[in-house]
Design a protein around this ligand. Structure first.
Ligand SMILES: Nc1ncnc2c1ncn2[C@@H]1O[C@H](COP(=O)(O)OP(=O)(O)OP(=O)(O)O)[C@@H](O)[C@H]1O
Ligand SMILES: [Mg+2]
Length: 249
């Protein structure tokens, strides 16, 4: 009988360096956190994360208010690499999952009520997350656009369908492409899963295969890698094998 093993799990990401991102997407987000990109400013007050299923959009959207607030008010943040900034502020934020077909009137009223008040956050900013914003009807998007002209509100939005987002909203947004980054950018993140389990990671080629098979979906990639690490643990194999077993192959 196999000896009892302690399964490994993936640690929740805390900073930009915990994500595999396309270089251009990383550059935009780091520029916000190192203050080279003034944000919100010049009528740009939204971050619009777009891409395929499971690429980490919702995860990063929920992290960003804390990272942005920290970059603005924590003096230590200026001295560290923007990709290593972690949330030290835990700011107030409004998280809204947009439901399909909803007319959005209620949602927009709620945002308006909140943003009419002074923000409790030290930066003076309100943070509003709208998950799956393409679910808002065209009419709702149009009236939503009308409330995007505040200077003290940051909107963070996610979508699988960039082409369903009002062009006026896109124009007020920093667009962040969350689709598949090159496979090699995933390697350090996946190696960490094995190292946390006390295992030697598999060769790069094996890790790259997992990323390609998962089409950049963090959901799929982590599922495969965690399953493989656990199988190694269970079988007492200390070094990652050339061929990572994949759930979806
Ligand atoms: N860098 C990461 N490190 C660890 N886990 C991650 C990372 N990115 C994403 N995940 C995990 O992958 C899963 C999918 O991420 P998430 O839900 O953010 O994707 P999504 O792009 O919003 O997907 P969808 O388009 O289906 O809404 C989540 O369980 C999340 O915790
Ligand atoms: Mg999501």
């Amino acid at each position: 009988m196999a000896s009892k093993f302690q399964p490994v799990t993936v640690q929740a990401p805390k900073c930009l360096n915990d994500f595999a991102l396309q270089p251009n997407s990383r550059f935009k987000l780091e520029s916000i956190l190192d203050q080279t990109l003034q944000f919100p400013a010049n009528g740009v007050c939204c971050i619009l994360l777009y891409g395929l299923y499971g690429t980490g959009k919702t995860t990063i959207a929920r992290l960003l208010p804390g990272l942005i607030e920290t970059s603005k008010v924590d003096a230590n943040a200026l001295n560290i690499n923007p990709a290593d900034i972690v949330d030290t502020q835990d700011p107030h934020e409004l998280y809204q999952a947009c439901a399909q077909g909803q007319n959005g009137a209620h949602l927009i009223q709620g945002i308006q009520n909140m943003t009419n008040l002074i923000a409790f956050n030290q930066s003076g900013l309100h943070y509003v997350i709208l998950d799956e914003v393409d679910n808002l009807t065209d009419l709702a998007q149009a009236s939503f656009k009308a409330i995007l002209n505040h200077h003290h509100v940051v909107f963070i939005m996610t979508t699988n369908n960039l082409n369903k987002i009002d062009l006026g909203i896109q124009n007020r947004s920093v667009l962040v492409d969350m689709n598949t980054p090159p496979a090699d950018l995933w390697r350090p993140i996946l190696r960490k899963v094995y190292r946390t389990a006390g295992l030697t990671p598999p060769p790069d080629a094996a890790l790259d295969q997992v990323v390609v098979a998962g089409r950049g979906s963090a959901r799929t990639i982590f599922t495969d890698v965690v399953m493989d690490a656990n199988q190694n643990l269970k079988q007492g194999v200390k070094s990652g094998r050339d061929n990572v077993v994949r759930l979806r192959s």
